[in-house]
Design a protein around this ligand. Structure first.
Ligand code: GLC
Ligand code: MG
Length: 469
């Protein structure tokens, strides 16, 4: 009988503890856009049979991603929680001020998951799925009453405005830097000038330095309202929505009806001031005591939106609480152990190796991305020699898009991307694993029957590090 794989982890999760406005983009334009682009939405959401349990709409810089934490610990904790408990029934939406160019750069720098929907350029660009299919309906909606030339003409007259890089100038977004002490006056004067020219635009100040000019119907909040409308039209409105942010361009996320919201502990002054003036009495919005992604986890717990303990924070006993077989959890847990074994953060005991061996089917096969075949059990034996080889080094392992499909009365096919970062080097394998519950109990955990890996395009083998599994 394979005993369950027990992991000894630190526990450091401490759960603690509006005014509404809707789309200004004309209702008919939105309705037309909604029906036009329904197909891209439903295609991306096909894997969800019904309503999403939870939709997280999160800003990236200083919210999901902590730029002051080179270890990316809270992000990795969130990732493990999302993949083990939410990926299969929920929706992850990233909503960033970054253009597609800078967004893709961030994804290369940080261990980020793949979102179901990506909203970029301060709510002016919406894309779906891994291939980031753009929502053309949204573009059409934003074209209404927008004249980029007038924006350029009027802003050129103000010397206090410094244009941001070319990548950040987008069809429905013109962006500048403005000194904090000048921001209020500049915004006022711009607003008057645009009014005189008959242009209805939105001016947003974020992070104490960025000034964005967008169509009035754009912005992170309007983009979310648009998505909600589309989901509603399909009868797939998520049961709960949690919005997460830290700066000025996130404020309008908190104005969307019925959403829960978290301002992370490190939120900017401009967001906190906006909250104090506009949303103080809304109990569905909290200011977390935790930074960035840890604040998001805290909010999930505070609002009781679902499990809020990351597998990265659990101790041995937690497995005992499981009521059903959980293939996604099994995968997350396995690779977490693998990371900790190589970092020497678990004890080096024969018992662990024996346990691992026991969760592999005796005839189970592992197909390495190079194409070579090995018995799963032999492959695990190689762990013996690499205990602690990454001790004190930057070595992290995370899994992305873990999706399990039951393929028999006692078997699951689990597909996921397994990432490994060692120093600056990153590698990723598309992984398919067959797990079985035959002859085991829930507490013992599933048996690994077959594992097959292939390199993800562009993240294949490198000279520096070898790939175990
Ligand atoms: C991101 C964008 C920038 C924008 C800022 C605030 O940093 O790159 O263009 O001004 O977000 O929205
Ligand atoms: Mg931010």
């Amino acid at each position: 009988m394979p005993p369950s794989l027990t992991l000894q982890f630190l526990r450091f999760h401490i759960p603690t503890s509006s005014p509404f406005l809707l789309t200004r983009c004309s209702t008919t334009a939105v309705a037309a856009a909604v029906s036009q682009s329904e197909s891209s939405l439903s295609k991306a959401m096909d894997r969800l049979a019904g309503n999403a349990h939870l939709m997280i709409v999160s800003d990236l810089d200083h919210t999901m991603v902590d730029h002051h934490d080179p270890e990316n610990l809270s992000l990795l904790r969130f990732n493990a929680l999302w993949e083990s408990k939410y990926r299969s029934n929920s929706l992850l939406v990233f909503s960033t001020g970054r253009s597609p160019t800078l967004y893709k750069e961030l994804r290369k720098e940080k261990p980020m998951l793949t979102p179901d929907i990506t909203i970029m350029s301060v709510g002016t660009e919406i894309t779906y799925g891994n291939s980031m299919v753009p929502d053309d309906g949204w573009v059409e909606c934003l074209n209404q009453k927008w004249d980029r030339n007038i924006v350029s003409e009027e802003t050129r007259k103000l010397r206090e405005l410094t244009l941001q890089s070319d990548t950040e100038q987008r069809p429905h977004k013109v962006s500048f830097y403005v000194q904090k002490d000048k921001a209020q006056d500049i915004m006022q004067s711009l607003s008057t000038r645009f009014k005189e020219r008959g242009l209805d635009v939105k001016i947003i100040y974020s992070g104490g330095m960025d000034l964005d000019i967008l169509p009035q119907g754009a912005g992170k909040g309007q983009a979310l309202a648009y998505l909600h409308k589309k989901f509603k039209a399909e009868g797939k409105l998520p049961k709960n929505t949690l919005v997460c942010g830290d700066s000025g361009n996130d404020a309008e996320l908190f104005t969307i009806p019925d959403v829960h919201g978290v301002m992370v502990s490190n939120a900017q002054e401009e967001l906190l001031q906006w909250h104090a003036a506009n949303a103080k009495s809304n109990p569905k919005i909290i200011h977390a005591t935790e930074r960035c992604a840890a604040g998001i986890i805290q909010a999930i717990g505070h609002f009781k939106l679902g499990p809020s303990t990351s597998p990265r924070d659990v101790t041995d006993s937690s497995d005992a609480k499981m009521e059903t077989f959980d293939p996604a959890y099994e995968v997350v847990k396995f690779y977490l152990f693998y990371e900790r074994w190589r970092r020497a953060e678990v004890e080096q005991t024969e018992q662990y190796l024996a346990n691992l061996k026991a969760v592999c089917s005796p005839s189970g096969i592992f197909i390495h991305p190079s194409g070579s075949e090995q018995l799963l059990r032999d492959c695990l034996s190689s762990l013996r020699t690499c205990y602690g080889d990454k001790q004190g080094k930057q070595f992290r392992v995370w899994v992305d898009q873990v999706l399990a499909q039951q393929v028999g009365s006692d078997s699951w096919l689990v597909k996921f991307k397994k990432w490994e970062q060692s120093g600056e080097e990153r590698q990723c394998c598309l992984t398919t694993a067959l797990l079985s519950s035959k002859d085991v109990t829930v507490t013992e955990g599933l048996t690994w029957v077959h594992v097959h890996q292939t390199w993800l395009d562009g993240a294949g083998p490198n000279s520096q590090s070898s790939w175990l599994f």
